[in-house]
Design a protein around this ligand. Structure first.
Ligand code: NAD
Length: 390
């Protein structure tokens, strides 16, 4: 169980690009990073609007001269200081991730970047090479995979408690884009334009969360082929999709069905996962992250609760609040940030043995997310055809 005791020798000197006052995801980063004293927020280029960014940063307690107008000024200013930041989080629209990540890595800064990481696997490979050459860590904020019961599912699958996995059924939907985009805010505008969002809308925006979580729970299963059908119900969003379904064939013979949509009007269920094996099934939703439904064929169904001693060690190690008390998204993000901090700390100490076994969403996870999107787009653009996964 986690209780805030320090896990690394000293806090990492941390800065942010994006995630300003009007940004949707910025506070989730700060909620995660500032929880355990593993990061100290010292600088930022928080906003495209420099004055608003400075006002916001100083309200967060950042010194005024370390609230920069642009990410270029941020890098120049911080690398010129002996006490400059060591790690930077990038919480900006998708089209800026590659450029800002490359610039930060070149300047010798560890990076924590939002998903979808970049537009193409080729860009991911270029970043992976630069990070490796520089000896720097890149973390990806798949913020839902810090939930303790996600790791309970992974441990139960690993122990064979489900038998052979046969069916992977996943859904991340909401209805916030059911209407048209007239008068829509910035966050909708950049998400529905291929120049700023990349080759997908909902597949990259929410579908990648499903895909990564399934990789955490089912690391032994690889995709052989998939079929993706995507559609823009609001025509102005084409060629990007506001709705997609993906059928998957896995290398162990399992079948998958995934639904990502932002036009599921009225739906507030968010994410739902069902992993079906030959003996039993698991079902989990981030709407009730404290509960895991465990159904063994022929036996009464069970609801497992987070923090209970009957859970696997991997789940209890990620627990913060203890059973009986609500554990939620902020706790999940805190785990992701802690695991990335431990990776950066290990790299700084030259502790490669620790890194060999330490789990956190890194460049490989980000790359696999982008690879999955590329395959989905290839299938969809071929008329929802089955494509071999590559
Ligand atoms: P947003 O449009 O709400 O906010 C973007 C923020 O970045 C704003 O503060 C804006 O001023 C700032 N910004 C933009 N360009 C900048 C630049 N060049 N320099 C400095 N600041 C800049 O976007 P959002 O919804 O917060 O999404 C941001 C990223 O986070 C996207 O990649 C998105 O996919 C991702 N996201 C991830 C999650 C998650 O659960 N991991 C949730 C939401 C969004």
């Amino acid at each position: 169980m986690l209780n805030g005791e320090k896990k690394i020798a000293r806090p990492l000197r941390w800065g942010m690009v994006g995630g300003g006052r009007t940004g949707q995801v910025g506070y989730k980063h700060r909620t995660g990073a500032l929880r355990d004293g593993t990061y100290q927020l010292l600088a930022g280029a928080f906003d495209l609007d420099a004055d608003r960014g400075r006002d916001f940063g100083t309200n967060l307690g950042v010194a005024e001269d370390r609230c920069y107008a642009t990410y270029q000024d941020f890098i120049a200013g911080e690398t010129a200081r002996e006490d400059g930041v060591e790690v930077v989080s990038i919480a900006t629209p998708n089209f800026t991730h590659f450029e800002i990540t490359m610039a930060c890595l070149k300047a010798g800064l560890h990076v924590i970047c939002e998903k979808p990481l970049f537009f193409s696997v080729a860009e991911c490979d270029a970043v992976a090479k630069l990070a490796a050459d520089k000896g720097l860590i890149l973390g990806v904020t798949y913020g839902f995979t810090g939930h303790p019961l996600v790791h309970q599912m992974a441990a139960m699958v690993k122990k064979g408690m489900l038998g052979d996995i046969r069916i992977v059924d996943m859904q991340y939907t909401h209805g916030f884009n059911s209407g048209d985009d007239v008068g829509a805010g910035e966050a909708v505008k950049w998400r529905t334009n291929p120049e700023t969002a990349g080759p997908t809308f909902v597949l990259g925006d929410i579908g990648t969360h499903l895909y990564y979580l399934s990789e955490v729970v089912l690391p032994h299963m690889k995709i052989e082929k998939l079929l993706c059908d995507r559609k823009a119900f609001i025509a102005t969003r084409a060629p990007l999709e506001d709705h997609a379904t993906v059928l998957t064939h896995y290398d162990n013979g399992a079948r998958g069905r995934l639904w990502a949509s932002s036009v599921n009007a009225g739906n507030m269920g968010s994410q739902r996962y069902r992993f079906v094996g030959s003996k039993a099934s698991l079902e989990w939703s981030d709407a009730h992250p404290d509960q895991l439904i465990y159904e063994v064929q022929g036996e009464p169904n069970r609801t497992l609760h987070h923090g209970m001693p009957y859970l696997e060690d991997e789940s209890l190690a990620a627990d913060r609040m203890g059973a009986l008390h609500t554990e939620g998204l902020g706790d999940s993000w805190a785990n992701i940030y802690l695991w990335i901090a431990q990776a950066i700390d290990a790299r700084m100490r030259g502790d490669e043995a620790f890194l060999q076994t330490h789990h956190y969403p890194g460049i490989e996870a980000g790359t696999e997310g982008v690879r999955w999107l590329e395959n989905c787009v290839r299938s969809a653009d071929a008329g929802a055809a089955w494509v071999e996964y590559n």
